[in-house]
Design a binder for this molecule. Sequence first.
Ligand code: G4P
Length: 190
Amino acid sequence: MEALKQKIVQEGKVLSEHVLKVDSFINHQMDPFLMKQIGEEFATRFQDKGITKVLTIESSGIGPGLMAALELKVPMVFARKRKSLTLKEGLITATVYSFTKQESNEVTISSNYIQEGDRVLIIDDFLANGQAALGLIDIVKQAGAIPVGVGIVIEKSFQNGHQLVKDTGVQVESLARIASLKDGKVEFVD
Ligand code: G4P
């Protein structure tokens, strides 16, 4: 997606060989116009999949997840990383280990909102080691629903997340694929 790649080049900051900072348009401040285009692009790529729900994870997945859901005209659910005061019964949980942060999080949804027969599109802002996406696929399966796609805004293709998710048989679509962050420069795949 050209507009996204341009934004990454203009505003992204390479913090190290492994980390790209994009908090001027995704992770802190959000660019609603770019998010709208991102939602349209996801909807186009998954339009023939009969999607009935979008599932994402708080917090930075919510922007692109909601825009994709709007375009696909379906509800969006976000998995919680923190315990909710009101969400107590009928919980579906997966443990997600973050290699970046070296910590495990329990991620949770209510079984009321993803149910047997749902066809679910999973959306997230970054794909690194794939653990968040795998955890969300696990949650969808526990609910008796079908994970039909994983849509990612920025994929770090030099990490193994894409392959791990692809190995589950779920279609992965990443709007910007980064081949390398070496020497302070962003290089895209093709
Ligand atoms: P994984 O799910 O693919 O295995 O990713 P990992 O554990 O490595 O990532 C943990 C957190 O760090 C996630 O956000 C992920 O989006 C983010 N992240 C990973 N690599 C980068 C990067 O190069 N740049 C930026 N900006 N973020 C990265 P999170 O902690 O869940 O944050 P949030 O969604 O609450 O903002």
